[in-house]
Ligand binder design. Structure first.
Ligand SMILES: [Zn+2]
Length: 154
């Protein structure tokens, strides 16, 4: 017959013994305390929770190497602007490649980032930023920086 529970206790959902509310596992039967997990998720503060998404929801087969394209195209934009003064033909070609490549790189890399980190980048927002003249250089750099911050690589 289980004894009465105290104020800081609950009855174990498995064996019915009174256990501490803060206990992660029941010491009597070894079953996980369901209420403990509920309590710990509630402990996450609201502003933090806003940014938490479940990466497993976004499972993807997209490779992690798309950031190379993001990096390369950001660099190409810079090279294009430098080259414009001396060799316009080559600069235009570079712009075309970078203009197409950057959104593609960001688009696919975002899928990887979303599935593998806590950062959930805004697809439309980043795509728009990545195609606007001049802005896309900054967007590319900020993207790579944020990616580095969240994933730690590269
Ligand atoms: Zn128990």
């Amino acid at each position: 017959m289980p004894r009465e529970k105290r104020a800081d206790e609950i009855f174990c959902e498995s064996c019915g013994e009174p256990i501490k509310k803060v206990a992660e596992i029941c010491p009597h039967c070894g079953v996980r305390n369901i209420r403990y997990e509920r309590a710990s998720t509630q402990m996450i503060s609201k502003p933090q929770r806003k940014f938490i998404h479940a990466p497993s929801q976004y499972e993807t087969t997209v490779s992690e190497n798309w950031y190379y394209l993001v990096g390369a195209c950001t660099a190409l934009w810079v090279i294009g602007f430098v080259l414009m003064e001396i060799w316009e033909g080559a600069a235009v070609l570079i712009f075309i490649i970078a203009w197409i490549g950057l959104p593609i790189g960001i688009y696919f890399d975002m899928q990887y980032v979303r599935a593998n980190s806590r950062w959930n980048p805004n697809t439309i927002g980043w795509l728009i930023l990545s195609i606007i003249w001049f802005v896309n250089i900054i967007a590319g750099l900020v993207y790579l920086y944020r990616r580095h911050e969240t994933l730690g690589i590269p």
